[in-house]
Design a protein around this ligand. Structure first.
Ligand code: PHE
Length: 470
């Protein structure tokens, strides 16, 4: 038995590559895929956005994801400790990588609670209430309900993490992810077969909506606009792959030493991007059919405001059925993401302060639960209006989201590229990446991406957060 300064024996691991891929995909596939990706695609020329997104996923996404998973496995540590093990003087990156999930956790759980609320409303036959104007606003500004649903959602999250990597995260992901795929594909097929004639006698079909979503629209495309689309695609990719928030370092640290990193990273990417594209097929054709072209890029309100109306237009029985399945699927997606955020924090506490999992889970959970309540109160007791650099009016939730996604995450990713690409040299992660890999075809591309392309693109995303090239 090994003891003393060595923690290897106690460290949890995934049982194998499949468990790891499903857990990482569970983290990656979340609200970002289902709700944010479709409206971004609709807003940015459909197929053109998809094409750019897929190219970026295979290059930019692959590079950053592989780097993080390799850092995790190499150091066998959560993010707070991992960076310091890579390079003593760069340990502060670990702090940023722990602050980011700490900012995201409270509001992600709150939104998870909103989804739970919609699920219960549909499941109890309240479809026409949910479709009413003002339902969403009324709910999130209410005093108690959002807090209660956040509490339930958070308790589920904490329970899984309390049970550990194997018994908790991996087991849950193995059950939920396959169900999620079936639901997303099933709803997408249904959505593409819809047809509806509105009050003006205009008939629209799901297939037409699908064509708008998939076929690139080059009308009025300028170089500036193209750049804008690339930046939006990149920002989305980041968030969607759960990159630069310490999560993939934590999950990588639970991966067996002989697992093939490049192959597994590819699988995660394909899973995440595939679900995002199919989620678009689920939402865009349905919204187009019942609400017309302009409603497709409705933005953040799409899921909570437009979709209930879409479900209602399907008729009470069908709409309730599809709505229940839809929100159940979103709960699964959000839950597997939320557990990964909590795990990033818990793994850091365990490694840095040598806490046991139970204590770390309780501590991090208390924090997340209380701050989630504060974020919820941002819509009533603590209500204010703050204008972000991008012109959006924000409450506490939006500010948390902005600081983490638009500022801290690009910053952490840039610094990670500099550390690994220049200070330590790509070999520091390449050796780890190649350890269980028979052949790694994209090594040259990886080095160029890591040293040059990624930092430059990331710097653009970072500057954009401060209102440059708005
Ligand atoms: N990747 C998740 C998504 O696409 C979002 C996420 C954010 C997951 C933060 C974990 C942590 O929705």
């Amino acid at each position: 038995m090994e003891t003393g300064h060595h923690h290897k024996q106690e460290r949890n691991t995934f049982s194998g590559s499949l468990g790891f891929v499903l857990a990482a995909a569970g983290s990656a596939v979340g609200l970002g895929n289902i709700w944010r990706f479709p409206y971004l695609a609709a807003k940015n020329g459909g197929g053109l956005f998809l094409l750019i997104y897929i190219i970026l996923a295979l290059t930019f996404g692959f590079t950053l994801l592989l780097t993080e998973v390799a850092i995790g496995r190499k150091t066998e540590s959560g993010p707070l400790v991992a960076y310091g093990k890579m390079h003593e003087r760069w340990g502060f990156l670990g702090l940023i990588a722990t602050v980011i999930p700490a900012i995201i956790l409270p509001y992600y759980s709150l939104i998870g609670g909103w989804v739970l609320k919609y699920f219960t409303v549909f499941a109890t036959g309240g479809i026409s209430n949910a479709a009413e104007d003002g339902f969403f606003g009324g709910f999130i500004t209410a005093q108690w309900q959002p807090i209660i649903f956040h509490t339930v959602f958070f308790a589920a999250t904490a329970l899984i993490i309390y049970r550990g990597v194997n018994e908790g995260i991996e087991k849950l992901s193995r059950i939920l992810m396959p169900i999620l795929v079936v639901l997303v594909v099933g709803i997408a097929v249904y959505s593409c077969t819809l047809s509806y004639t509105d009050a003006d006698g205009v008939t629209r079909t799901g297939l037409q909506g699908m064509a708008i979503y998939l076929i690139p629209d080059f009308t009025g495309l300028t170089f500036g606009k193209l750049l804008g689309i690339i930046m939006e695609a990149m920002g989305q990719l980041f968030y969607s792959l759960s990159i630069a928030m310490g999560i993939m370092i934590a999950y990588g640290s639970y991966l067996k030493k002989d697992a093939d990193l490049p192959a597994n990273v590819n699988r995660i990417e394909i899973f995440d991007t595939g679900i995002a594209v199919i989620a678009g097929l689920m939402i865009i054709p349905a919204v187009f059919t019942f609400m017309g072209r302009d409603a497709m890029s409705a933005g953040p309100g799409l899921m909570f405001i437009s979709l209930p109306k879409v479900f209602q237009s399907m008729g009470k029985g069908t709409g309730t059925f599809i709505g229940v399945l839809f929100f159940l699927m979103v709960i699964f997606a959000a839950l597997t993401s939320c557990i990964s955020i909590l795990e990033a924090i818990v793994s850091s506490l365990i490694d840095r302060f040598h806490m046991d999992r139970k204590k770390a889970t309780i501590l991090a959970s208390l924090y997340g639960w209380i701050f989630g309540i504060i974020v919820a109160l941002g819509y009533n007791v603590f209500y204010f209006e703050y204008t972000l650099p991008n012109g959006a009016v924000a409450q506490i939730l939006d500010i948390f989201d902005y600081v983490s996604n638009n500022i801290l995450m690009p910053l952490l990713a840039i610094l990670t590229c500099v550390l690994v690409g220049w200070v330590l040299g790509p070999k520091s992660v390449l050796d780890e990446a190649k350890r269980g890999s028979a052949r790694f075809a994209r090594e040259g591309l990886f080095v160029i991406m890591l040293r040059f392309v990624c930092p430059v693109l990331l710097a653009l995303v970072f500057l954009k957060a401060f209102g440059f090239f708005a």
